[in-house]
Design a protein around this ligand. Sequence first.
Ligand SMILES: N=CN[C@@H](CCC(=O)O)C(=O)O
Ligand SMILES: [Mn+2]
Ligand SMILES: [Mn+2]
Length: 304
Amino acid sequence: MPVQTLPPPVWTGRSDPEDGALALRMHHLAGKAGAGAALIGFCCDAGVVRNKGNPGAAEAPGAIRAALAGLAAPAGFDGFRDAGDIAVTGDDPGPGQDVLAAELAALIGDYRRVVVLGGGHETAFGSWQGLRRALPEAKIGIVNIDAHLDIRALGAAGASSGTPFFQIHQDDPHGFDYAVLGLAPEGNTQALTARAQDWGVDMIADRELQVSAEAGFAAIDAIAARNDALYLTVDLDVLPASVAPGVSAPAARGVPLHVVEALIDRALASGKVRLADMVELSPPRDTAGLSARVAALIARRLLI
Ligand SMILES: N=CN[C@@H](CCC(=O)O)C(=O)O
Ligand SMILES: [Mn+2]
Ligand SMILES: [Mn+2]
């Protein structure tokens, strides 16, 4: 079985009943009736392996849930549904991406926002297909916070974590509108950068985002204004290796966490992000579990 759908785990964590209703943590709000957000895990690193990277991302959804469970819930948060995991084995992410797309197409209509816990960045082709199916007529803009363009051509190896936005460019009947924030110039070859320029991709380099998120705000505001819906995808390898060491390709420079958070908040503030994912966490490379803690901060931000 190359793809299995798994039920959600039981959420557990610290409880402080002596503090009453204001002591809620995220695990208390998993599966709450009337929740406005949903999450689903995509346990897959087939794309990372195909892209000459380091495996491990298949373990990420479990690690992110474990780190998320104990975080305090913010005031007024209405909770989230956990739709379980899609587990992919074998060397082809395609069948798993198809299942993810089908699950998302069903979920997106019922929730204000759906959050996917990847998986390598091959998650994105499943995510986007699900959103496209849920909103067949919408103009969809893609905001990728990432050190990499991930627009590699589909070669003999096929779909990988390096190809998702190439695949979307090929497939989207409504045109391709793509902004990448946090690019490492040293991590993207001239060939990929030239392709991005040719396709009109809005690129903001990591160096422009060291002190504040200001340089990214204009790009986010513009893509939000041009489109009916946004797909927000956060590749954790955009963060400095000191903050997120547990990824396949750690960033020597990276974009500081407070800037990444501000970019995410700006995209969410548009009111158009119907689907978000976070990708590339690799628990086997995550010494001390620091990157999973950072991933949980981002997952919480995307859900609330
Ligand atoms: N999803 C990651 N994509 C990057 C990986 C870079 C690397 O492994 O060094 C890419 O293909 O460029
Ligand atoms: Mn990526
Ligand atoms: Mn990346």
